[in-house]
Design a protein around this ligand. Sequence first.
Ligand SMILES: [Zn+2]
Length: 255
Amino acid sequence: MRNIFDSHAHYEDAIFGEDCWPVLDGLQRQGVSRVLNCCSDMGVVPRVLEIARRYDFVWASVGVHPHWTPETPADYLDGLRRAAQDPKVVAIGEIGLDYFWDDPKDLQMRIFCEQMELARELGLPVIIHDRDAHQDTYQVLERYRLPGVVHRFSGDLDGLRRVLDLGMYVSFGGDITHPQYRDMPLKAIEHTPLERILLETDAPYATPYAQGQRRCDSSMLPEVVEVIADIKKISCQELCDITYQNACRAYHIPE
Ligand SMILES: [Zn+2]
């Protein structure tokens, strides 16, 4: 397989450390043509920009993940606005709500909405994190109606319809290869038009099943491609090509 676009990875993550460089150096040889390196808190913004500047095939987003909202400095919006001036920054993310952990919900909601407003001001798409917070997340998405991606989609079919009605993309990763999680994501894939599907690893986190406990990177996407191509009854290469074009469109990246 070639022409793979990993629409959501975290090569700035401490789990990679300095090992991110050899991993990134090898990706194009393994069929990965593009990576969107997604930011998760203010502390890693410089590293995210450094990675995107070093590689022609890597783009970046900037934003604060709901889990990191308690550590967020008061002037964070100025920092994001400044970082977004970099030509490799093509989205605001990942932002959203996470009710799995115990972070204060009102703080998460305030920082989510402030970043939605920033994305609207800057004319950038958003990358949405929604964990166990579906209804509140969809309400915010419906209030702002911004273009973007809901990553590692985990809602039900009604939620999927609401997201698709907004014109947003939905991304799927290694979760769909795990027998214990598959049912709902597989149904969601069935009901998502091909032109709205993106591939992602959420590297180093969403490791495909056959890789066991290993740290995940973008070269592991073929296992995810096989599952989706099978559901959609097209070849793996067709799926790579279509999802590549989808991600370029979603993030306004030249093909
Ligand atoms: Zn992520």
